[in-house]
Structures are given as C-alpha cells and as structure tokens.
Design a protein around this ligand. Structure first.
Ligand code: PBE
Length: 267
C-alpha cells in the first residue's frame, strides 16, 4: 500500500465527464502534452457518474483524479484542490460568455440589451448551485431574481415590454449553465418575452447560434474550454463578453492527496 504510486492506485485513469464536453477535449490535450501522463487514460461517462465516484473515493479516503470545474457545488461539499498546470493546458483566466446570433440586436433590441448586461459572479453561482441541491432549479432561479432586484434593475433599465415575442436560449447541459439560463428566462419573461430553453452539447450550441436556430446562449466557456467550437463559428456569432469571470477547469483531487501538480502524476 504505502509504496503504491498514485498512478497505480487510480489505474492510470482520470475520471472524466461527457464525451462532448469542452473539458474532455482539454483533458485529451493534457494527456498528450504532459510526458508523465503517457499511458494514462481519460474515462468519460457523465457528470453524475464523476460526482458519484468522487464522493465514494472521498468516503474511503482513496485517491481519485477528476476533470473538474468552477463554478460547481463540489467545492462547497468537499475539500478539493486543482492540480497546478505548468503547461497551461487548461488556460489561465477562463470566463463564461454570452453569445448571440447575428441580427438579434436589430430584431429584439430589448432582449439583446438584457443578455448583454447580464453578469454575476462565481460566488453567486456557487451559492445558487448549492441551493439547487435542496430545491427545484426554477424555484432557486425565482428566488435569486427576487433577492437581487438591484442587479435585475441594472440589466433591464430602459428596456421596453414586448408582447410574447419568442426567444430561444440554447444552453449546455451542466448546472453552471442551467443557472444563468433560468435566471435570464425569468428576467426576459418579466419583460414580455416567451423564452424557450433548449439544452444541447456545446458543439451543437455554437452551431445553433451560428445558424440562427437559437437566439443566444449564456454558456460559452472561453477562451479555452470551448475554443475549438468557437473557432469554427466565430465569424457567424456575436460575442457579448463574459457573464461570469473567474471560471476554471482542470484536474481536481481531494485535498488529502499529497500531490500538487499534474507533473506529480507519475507512472
Ligand atoms: N464544463 C461545465 C463544460 C462547460 C460547463 C466545464 C463541464 C464543458 O464544456 O466542459
């Protein structure tokens, strides 16, 4: 036991999430860029499975290495740390941006204004996500809007009411994306829009905004996590900038593990 390496203990496996996630691509890049990770694999499945495995490992104080990100409630539930990433594979400052289809500003200036102004913080988001473990997502969103009327007033100042204009928001299937989408749905509906939320993989989300099938999305992780999708579609979308600054992705381990860097993951 005592002499077993971290690699042996985790069977040279990083516990990943959905195959279509941006972080799955970043982790593939990490596996090819860090020489000490040659022979390691990423096991993809689902976010729910990753969270279950993480919880089980922590219950047994066993080692585990997961593809992780913030904002996420796991940092409030468990004592975790990001492994240092000296090669910068997961990037430095990551943000969550709002993107819109071309022409939205002309077609629905009020909605565009609200989408453009919407902004909150990592702490807001993590408090929201923790709350959502106890209550329905829609209820948490309503409560957040009720309790943040000053922010909402800033986002909506001068925006005129419309009468049932349809608006489609595309979002990626993670809670960090469901949170802003549900807040925006409530705020936009208070201004008379009829909002549909459509959940799709990130690649499809960018494609839908570029083709105009969807109007906007508050879940573009840039500049790194969704860079491959962004590069494909950037000429055909409008980037409204960050709605959340200070997001992060990387390899995450329980704090009791005695390693600090991706380079410490030795065979
Ligand atoms: N995530 C959470 C997503 C975006 C939101 C980091 C898991 C990803 O595409 O990797």
């Amino acid at each position: 036991e005592g002499t077993e390496s971290v690699g042996e203990a985790v069977e040279y496996t990083i516990t990943g999430i959905e195959a279509g996630a941006g972080i799955t691509e970043a982790t593939k890049n990490a596996l090819s860029e860090y020489e000490n990770l040659s022979g390691w694999e990423q096991e993809t499945s689902s976010t729910a499975a990753m969270i279950t495995e993480l919880g089980e490992a922590i219950d047994n104080e066993e080692p585990i290495i997961v593809a992780g990100w913030s904002p996420h409630y796991k940092f409030a539930q468990y004592d975790l740390k990001y492994l240092e990433d000296p090669k910068g594979v997961y990037g430095e400052a990551e943000n969550i941006n709002t993107i819109a289809r071309k022409g939205l500003e002309e077609d629905m200036p009020g909605a565009y204004t609200i989408l453009d102004r919407f902004k909150w913080g990592v702490e807001d988001s993590e408090a929201f996500l923790l709350e959502s473990l106890e209550s329905e997502f829609e209820e948490v969103a309503q409560q957040w809007v009720d309790e943040h009327q000053e922010d909402v007033a800033e986002w909506t100042e001068g925006v005129e009411q419309v009468d049932g204009t349809e608006l489609e928001i595309a979002l990626a299937p993670w809670d960090s994306e469901r949170a802003p989408a549900n807040i925006l749905k409530i705020v936009l509906e208070q201004h008379g829009f009829n909002v549909t939320l459509t959940t799709v993989d990130p690649a499809v989300m960018f494609e839908a905004i570029a083709s105009g099938d969807a109007d906007a999305s508050p879940s573009a992780w840039l500049p790194i996590t969704h860079s491959a999708f962004y590069e494909d579609y950037k000429e055909d979308i409008v980037d409204l900038g960050p709605n959340l600054e200070g997001a992060k992705t990387g390899l995450v381990v329980p704090s009791y593990m005695e390693i600090d860097s991706i380079e410490d993951l030795k065979a």
